[in-house]
Design a protein around this ligand. Structure first.
Ligand SMILES: NC(=O)c1ccc[n+]([C@@H]2O[C@H](COP(=O)([O-])OP(=O)(O)OC[C@H]3O[C@@H](n4cnc5c(N)ncnc54)[C@H](O)[C@@H]3O)[C@@H](O)[C@H]2O)c1
Length: 406
């Protein structure tokens, strides 16, 4: 395929790595973001997010003149939408919020011409790609020769630059022609397989992947609740059960966090609450696990208070949503620490991957272990595993919710 101009709308964790990678393979890339700080930083050849190797890609792309960021979309041949897709919080089942996608689509409508590709990468409810096409059509774009497709992103933060190239990709067009054209584009920079389907299947595929993870983690979390009641060591139980040749149970934890697995299953549940029973229950089990953790800490605090006669200090070990990252979005550990603070508990937090937090008093692990009456291990960071291995995390006042001591 002849190298074309690509306009990437949304320069966050997905859009910026994609833009920089495309520039590195020879495309002229226009990056667009509403965030003026992001635009300015990128145009200086620097990055505003944390991701290994991304800085080198962006620096080289900007220096070579192949990546330039703007506040508004510019004319291109290929448009990629990589904006957030959160849910509307509130009573009842959380509902998907695709406003960012539709607004971003409207922002390119005046630029799209016959032969162009319009690609949605944001994780989206089934039917969103069709709605994008409707937005363009209602804005007067002749859609008969515009190829619209969905291609979900599957990268793991921390390995994005590698996985963007190596992962298999699913491409689903609104028409077979769109699927073929967009698939040909991805094949220019993806080394994994590019698998073709229709838009609805591709949309459902991404939601299925994250719901599968959520359901399997919920199974492990449910086991941890059952075992706690029966005095069984859940970590040992899972280790033994996994010796069955066809059993592979995941590890329980403080809950499920992040902006993907804790969010995307709701898109399925919201679309068909009557039939999405396991998926909904899994979300509820994983959320309940976090509340259960809070209750266990409160029981330990009450016991410590009775034993010492003073207000006990609680140390929360870990705030990130998973081990060894600095991302606190939708983190169950943050929820636990925040709930305890809100209820008047004396809380300190240890999070080796960040340097400050506006809500929590951050202390070193050493200080936490020296001063706290109750220590709650909420995230399996490598520093905590090391401390456990060297015998620093012993004793009944240490509550291990993620198997650090196993
Ligand atoms: N981060 C991941 O690991 C990951 C993995 C797979 C899928 N996804 C999905 O990819 C999508 C994007 O996620 P992200 O992590 O990159 O989000 P992000 O919040 O890091 O970045 C999104 C960017 O879009 C910008 N934006 C919003 N509306 C815009 C508009 N109308 N015009 C221009 N810019 C706009 C925001 O300012 C922001 O910088 C989401 O749907 C997410 O679920 C993310």
């Amino acid at each position: 395929m002849q190298k074309k101009v690509v306009c990437v709308v949304g320069l966050g964790y997905i859009g910026l790595p994609t833009a920089a990678l495309l520039a590195s393979t020879g495309f002229e890339v226009i990056g667009v973001d509403l965030n003026a700080h992001a635009v300015e930083t990128i145009n200086q050849g620097r990055i505003h997010i944390v991701e290994p190797d991304l800085d080198a890609y962006v620096r080289s792309a900007v220096t070579a003149g192949r990546l330039k960021a703007y506040a508004r979309p510019q004319a291109a041949d290929i448009y990629m939408i990589c904006v957030p897709t959160p849910f509307h919080a509130g009573e009842g089942i959380p509902q998907p919020n695709i406003d960012y996608v539709l607004t971003a689509t409207a922002s390119i409508a005046g630029l799209v011409k016959p032969g162009d590709l319009v690609i949605l990468e944001s994780t989206s409810p089934v039917g969103t790609t069709r709605k994008m096409s409707d937005v363009l059509s209602e804005a007067g774009v002749d859609m008969s020769q515009v190829h619209v497709a969905y291609c979900p992103e599957r990268v793991l933060p921390g390995k994005i630059m590698t996985e963007l190239v190596e992962n298999d990709r699913v491409v689903g067009g609104l028409t077979p022609e769109a699927t073929t054209a967009v698939s040909a584009f991805y094949k220019t920079f993806v080394r994994g397989a590019v698998l073709e389907t229709d838009a609805a299947t591709a949309e459902m595929c991404k939601l299925t992947e994250n719901s599968y993870r959520d359901v399997n983690i919920a199974f492990a979390n449910e086991l941890s609740l059952l075992c706690a009641k029966s005095g069984i060591n859940v970590w040992r139980l899972i280790e033994l059960a996994n010796r069955h040749p066809r059993v592979n149970i995941l590890q329980p934890g403080t809950g499920v966090g992040g902006h993907c697995i804790a969010v995307d299953p709701w898109f399925i549940v919201a679309s068909d609450p009557d039939n999405a029973r396991i998926i909904r229950t899994a979300r509820e089990v994983n959320n309940y696990k976090t509340e259960w953790v809070i209750d266990q800490i409160k029981i330990a605090v009450a016991n410590a208070s009775a034993a010492t006669g003073r207000k006990p200090k609680v140390a929360c070990l870990g705030l990130a949503f998973k081990p060894d990252i600095d991302d606190l979005r939708e983190s169950p550990a943050v929820h636990v620490a925040g709930a305890l603070v809100a209820q008047g508990y004396d809380v300190v937090a240890v999070e080796p991957n960040i340097t400050s937090h506006d809500k929590f008093a951050l202390v070193t692990l050493e200080e936490a272990l020296r001063t706290a009456d109750v220590v709650a291990i909420l995230v399996k960071h490598r520093q905590f595993i090391q401390a456990a291995n060297s015998g620093e995390l012993k004793g009944g006042a240490v509550l291990d919710f993620c198997g650090v001591r196993e």
